[in-house]
Design a protein around this ligand. Structure first.
Ligand SMILES: [Zn+2]
Length: 238
């Protein structure tokens, strides 16, 4: 059985997601975003090894859940593609994933200080972020998720949550669509910055679990508004 080509609209949206995340400072030369294949849940779409701000349609490749490229053709692939394959395997509900080293989130991974929602826009953090300690599953490493075993361990730590912090490295955020995961990745960074500012002022009142859940549901009905704006900012994609 041959795999049908992904919806061109999804490929375009993935290119846009790459550019938006770069424009908003979530990714730089590093980091990546993927989407589950719309015709085969056992495959996903991810760019070749390239800075996200430079990704074009032709750079999008198809991978199976072992993170093997179907259409490699000698192109270099991301070292950390296993993050995507193993999370899609473990979480059938997940349709899109962002892995980044977005800077304001890093302090929470290295201090075990919990990342919590300080305002309505980050209600998706209501369950808190999981914390992945790579030393619990491997000897000293380069910190990268460069094998299937490490990817599976990360997916186990993520569990049913929307975000996992990776100590001394970055974070991975999941969603039910590219629009939702891009929103979450941007607002995880914003929330982290605001939370550090709030902590420096004094005692912080966070959204409680119910407020966070209500806010997250409300925000999910408004995703198109931000997406439209962010897409306009990056201009047309090739
Ligand atoms: Zn990384």
């Amino acid at each position: 059985m041959t795999l049908s080509a992904p919806d061109p609209g999804l490929v375009d949206k993935l290119v846009v997601a790459n550019r938006i995340l770069y424009g908003r400072g979530v990714v730089d030369g590093f980091g990546h975003v993927s989407a589950r294949h719309d015709k085969s849940p056992g495959h996903f779409l991810l760019a070749r090894n390239l800075a996200p701000g430079l990704v074009r349609r032709d750079d999008i490749m198809v991978f199976d859940l072992d993170a093997v490229a179907l259409d490699g053709a000698g192109r270099r692939v991301y070292l950390e593609r296993f993050i995507h394959g193993e999370i899609y395997r473990a979480r059938p509900d997940v349709q899109a994933i962002v892995h980044s080293h977005s800077p304001s989130v890093i302090p929470f991974g290295v201090t075990r200080y919990p990342l919590r929602p300080v305002f309505h826009a980050s209600g998706f953090l209501g369950e808190g972020a999981a914390l992945f300690e790579i030393r619990e599953v491997a000897a000293d490493t380069d910190m990268l998720i460069s094998t299937g075993a490490l990817g599976a361990a990360l997916a186990r730590t993520l569990g049913s949550r929307s975000a996992v912090l990776m100590r001394g490295h970055g974070s991975t955020i999941v969603g039910v669509s590219l629009e939702q995961v891009v929103y979450r990745a941007i607002y995880a960074e914003v929330n982290a910055k605001l939370q550090i500012q709030a902590i420096s002022l004094g005692e912080v009142t966070y959204l409680n679990e119910q407020e966070a859940a209500y806010a997250a549901s409300a925000n999910d009905t408004q995703l198109a508004r931000n997406w439209e704006l962010w897409q306009r900012e990056i201009g047309p994609v090739e």
